[in-house]
Write a protein that binds this ligand. Structure first.
Ligand code: GLG
Length: 818
């Protein structure tokens, strides 16, 4: 008998239909007959929200009244994806919704499609934050996600005739948004600019301007936990909406200037992940949400108290700094404690360092934020003083730990010289209790290289928490067919809150009948994706070919170019008759990627992929053997459709560059096999699923380092490998640019002279492994057996496990008592 533990529905279908009707009538003022799918979406969402309300309020009360320390996850990005299905799942209303909507005369898919995806993140970092708050709620741990409600999320990507990326504004709030509750009565003031003066022996900040931070609250329902946490996203409003005097002089634009300036702060998510751009506004954003969040936490945990005892603050909440973006919170809490509440430096420092912890998500030195001290001084003069003081104290402290002068110099939080810089990662290590990387290898490299000086002196602060993904969204919602089969195989659906139970599928990998069912699920998912791709993008995909996906941000270190070069080589092989028809295993290659708008090489790579797709898909010689599709505007929704339909996924970054990856986990959990390097979490995935069930290729971190040290010359690889040479030559001779030799010349020049991420050096082993891949794919039963073994052994990569690791290693807290 199958044991079902999923949340039970509180009401019947008929009752839910009535609730939707009532919302339509009394909130939206439309009849069922007048209603559009978008109206029904709003009504149903509002109805589900009501069902979660009691648990939401109770969770908040238990949190404030109890003794369980809460988690404040401070993150500039939360890439939530669509909300309705997830809320229905956690409220136990999925079936009622599907049926009620049909009863009302609508197609439930149309209603679900009416939801606009809030795209408030760039990629893995923002999606990780969303998975983490899902897991916190599902584990019953009291928590806030704190961030920004950007009016414009990550840009909407389209491609022009030339295949270039075009960035369009993503105004996701253009339509009614039923999930966020704007709470004007809980707003906070955030100050900027001005000067600091000595007054009665105290340093007093006289800000020049201020903005009003208004919280927009989103419910974060847990799965089967009865708990609902809060995602509090701040939006910036002006206090001086309007300058009547100026307006009367008919100068409308200037009259609304203060409002425009204030609201600009939460206007747009920076589509940047490697180097900070638009520095001033970005720093304003960071301070804006962090300052509001700190004051909010004091308000929540010390209600109505004028002089709260903030020495207990670290027992009330622990703040996790998601990357360097919120690190300005450290001097802000110092300032609040000293200037606003009158604590002395040492007490304030003790409270602060016990409150914060820092997660680093990168190994690229350029991605660790550094702010010009001048800029901080201009926007936050008091904070700059505090940062200098922290720097002085810190240098004194390390002078007591080491005599190595050079090391002490290297560890300065603020650099010296004419244009001093504040290193936010260093500030985070100094001002918090723990620092973690996001996969074993990454955490090790942080200690050995990126933050070595710090780990030498503060080894006890460093730890690892390997990333994870939520099985609710990425298996249950994304892949209902597989979910049902897993439940059938295990005889229970408990795996959704205890993903290690997937291990129980391992014996079934020896049961050919079960493996066949598993293969049927994959095939059905491929058919669904092909239909979806036809509907959404007009692509014609053949579900009887191998679906081979590479979806992630476009970055040189991730090496989309390795994939495209290998693909061109394959194209040439087929075209030149180097492969007999029997040798060719038909493949559909699918890319999904956005490039930062100012990242020239990445954008050119996008253009190349699109043009290779154009040429390949229109070439009768390769028809049925090779297809390339690049659906534009890759987002969470597309990921949810594509991942379950993928046979082979690509995790091919240069070893030592990808901090973790989380796509790799989603694919393994959905029964794709991975071709990958020993990088990030690939290492741990391979360890768990078994080396024989993972296609490993490429140089290791040590080999990469050796080659850098020896001096890397990519041209030699080009000369030595005729297939590689031909692929690059085809690009330079204009095969993919209508004969124009200039279009992709910068890419070619880079590969042949620099190739910093050693794409050419790994080309050989990458193409060599393809014959193993294809040999296996020719024996479908064996392929799917291995894929099933991947699923069975990937339970570790649940974000529930990541959160349990954070609880144990870093946060030292747990679920609320009932
Ligand atoms: C980073 C890294 C990824 C990582 C993700 C979440 O590039 O490797 O999986 O964060 O930790 N900036 C990112 O997206």
């Amino acid at each position: 008998m199958t044991e079902i533990t999923a949340p039970k529905s509180p009401i019947t279908t008929a009752e839910f239909a009535d609730e939707i009707r009532e919302q339509l009538k009394y909130t939206q003022g439309v009849t069922v007959e007048q209603a559009t799918p978008a109206d029904v979406y709003v009504a149903a969402s509002t109805a589900v929200r009501r069902h979660l309300m009691d648990s939401w309020m109770k969770t908040q009360q238990d949190m404030v009244n109890g003794n369980t320390k809460a988690v404040g996850y401070l993150s500039a990005e939360f890439l939530m994806g669509k909300q309705l299905r997830n809320a229905l799942l956690n409220a136990g209303l999925t079936e009622q919704f599907d049926e009620a909507v049909e009863q009302l005369g609508f197609d439930y898919q149309d209603v679900v499609d009416a939801e606009y995806e809030p795209a408030l993140g760039n990629g893995g970092l923002g999606r990780l934050a969303a998975c983490f708050i899902d897991s916190l709620a599902s584990l019953g741990v009291p928590a806030f996600g704190y961030g920004i409600q950007y009016q414009y999320g990550i840009f909407k990507q389209s491609f022009n005739e030339q295949g270039q990326q075009i960035e369009n504004p993503e105004y996701w709030l253009a339509n009614e948004e039923p999930w966020g509750h704007v709470d004007y009565n809980r707003s906070q003031r955030v100050d900027f600019g001005g000067y600091v003066a000595d007054e009665d022996g105290k340093r007093v900040w006289h800000p020049a301007t201020c903005v009003r931070a208004v919280p927009v609250d989103y419910m974060v329902p847990g799965y089967a936990s009865g708990r609902v946490n809060t995602l509090r996203l701040w939006t910036a409003k002006s206090y001086d909406e309007f300058d009547l005097l100026t307006f009367n002089r008919s100068d409308y634009l200037n009259a609304v200037r203060p409002q425009v300036d204030a609201e600009n702060i939460s206007k747009i998510l920076y589509p940047e992940d490697s180097t900070p751009q638009g520095k001033r506004l970005r720093l304003q954003q960071q301070y804006f949400f962090v300052s509001a969040s700190i004051h909010d936490a004091i308000r929540v945990f010390y209600p109505g108290q004028d002089k709260p005892d903030l020495t207990t603050f670290p027992d009330k909440i622990t703040f996790q700094l998601n990357d360097t973006h919120p690190v300005i919170g450290i001097p802000e809490l110092m300032r609040v404690l000293i200037d606003e509440y009158g604590y002395d430096w040492d007490t304030a420092w003790d409270i602060t360092t016990r409150t914060f912890n820092y997660t680093c998500h990168t190994l690229l030195p350029e991605a660790l934020e550094v702010w010009p001290a001048n800029l901080i001084g201009e926007l936050l003069p008091r904070h700059l003083e505090i940062i200098y003081q922290i720097n002085d104290h810190f240098l004194n402290e390390i002078a007591g730990k080491t005599r190595d002068k050079a090391k002490i110099e290297r560890m300065r939080i603020v650099t010296e010289g004419d244009d001093p810089q504040v290193r936010m990662a260093y500030l985070a290590v100094a001002g918090g209790s723990h620092v973690n990387g996001v996969a074993e290898l990454h955490s090790q490299l942080l200690k050995d290289i990126t933050l070595k000086d710090f780990s030498d002196l503060y080894g006890e602060k460093f730890t690892n928490v390997t990333n994870g993904v939520t099985p609710r969204r990425f298996i249950k919602l994304a892949n209902p067919r597989l979910s049902d089969l897993i439940t059938e195989g295990l005889g229970t659906d408990k795996w959704l809150s205890d993903l290690e139970l997937l291990k129980g599928l391992e014996p079934l990998a020896q049961d050919d009948e079960f493996v066949k069912k598993f293969a049927e699920v994959k095939h059905a998912n491929k058919v669904s994706f092909a239909n979806y791709a036809k509907r959404q993008y007009g692509f014609d995909m053949n579900p009887d070919t191998m679906f081979n996906s590479m979806i992630k941000r476009l970055h040189e270190y991730k090496r989309q170019s390795l994939k495209i070069l290998a693909l061109i080589a394959r194209y040439a092989d087929i075209k030149n008759g180097n492969m007999s028809a029997d040798d060719v295993m038909p493949r559909t290659v699918i890319f999904g990627a956005k490039s930062a708008p100012g990242y020239y090489m990445a954008k050119l790579t996008i253009q190349l992929i699109n043009n290779v797709a154009r040429v390949v898909n229109n070439d009768p010689d390769v028809k049925g053997k090779l297809n390339v599709f690049f659906p534009w505007n890759y987002n969470v929704r597309l990921a949810q459709h594509l991942i379950p339909a993928t046979d082979l996924d690509e995790q091919i970054s240069q070893a030592g560059k990808e901090a973790s990856g989380t796509g790799n986990m989603k694919f393994a959990l959905n029964g794709a096999l991975t071709v990958g390097t020993l990088d990030g979490a690939n290492v741990e995935i391979r360890e768990r699923v078994g080396a024989e069930n993972f296609f490993l290729f490429g140089m290791t971190v040590d080999e990469v380092e050796e080659l850098y040290a020896k001096g890397y010359g990519p041209a030699a690889y080009y000369e030595a490998n005729p297939r590689l040479k031909q692929a690059i030559d085809m690009i330079s001779n204009g095969t993919f640019s209508n004969g124009d030799r200039n279009t992709f010349a910068p890419l070619v020049a880079d590969w042949l002279t620099k190739d910093y991420f050693m794409t050419l050096a790994d080309f050989d082993s990458y193409t060599a492994i393809q014959s193993d891949i294809e040999a296996l794919y020719r024996t479908p039963l064996e392929w799917h057996r291995k894929a099933l073994i991947n699923v069975a052994n990937s339970g570790y990569f649940s974000s529930d496990r990541s959160i349990e690791d954070y609880l144990e290693r870093i946060w030292h807290t747990g679920p609320l008592a009932d």
